[in-house]
Design a protein around this ligand. Sequence first.
Ligand code: NAG
Length: 156
Amino acid sequence: MDTAALHFKLALLALSLLFLPSLQATYFQYCDTEANYVAKVSGIDISPNPVVRGKPATFNISASTGKAISGGKAVIDVYYFGVHIHQEIHPLCEETSCPIAVGNFVLSHNQVLPGFTPPGSYTLRMNLFGDGDSITCISFGFKIVLGTSGSSVSNI
Ligand SMILES: *[C@@H]1O[C@H](CO)[C@@H](O)[C@H](O)[C@H]1NC(C)=O
């Protein structure tokens, strides 16, 4: 490797370390890794991140669909350290604007988890159905921390 390439790599490394703490990318996986879902997820935005206990949180899922979807439902399951603790079913059109045209869309899910929810590592599984079939299903981890009376969040 020549020195220019090396310097470039080091610069990239420094840059990525710089951005790492603020990036907070949320990694997801498809429920069925073999499935060829109609909608492909490109990203997840959780706000606030981490989620504060007893406070509303927004989960924005960016996705792209290969077929137009007129309506359906979103089945949300929440797991705490792998144990199923909560399920909600919402009309799809409550979480995004319908009909969903071919192309990109954002699904915005608002969630208030009960105040007694212990802080820790959670998994949210979101299965979206349009006209009967699952159009996509993903799961991803998120954290719940204790809210303090001030604005800062410190636990874990
Ligand atoms: C989530 O998506 C909604 C609707 O597109 C938008 O208004 C909101 O600002 C987004 N929130 C975050 C945290 O990205």
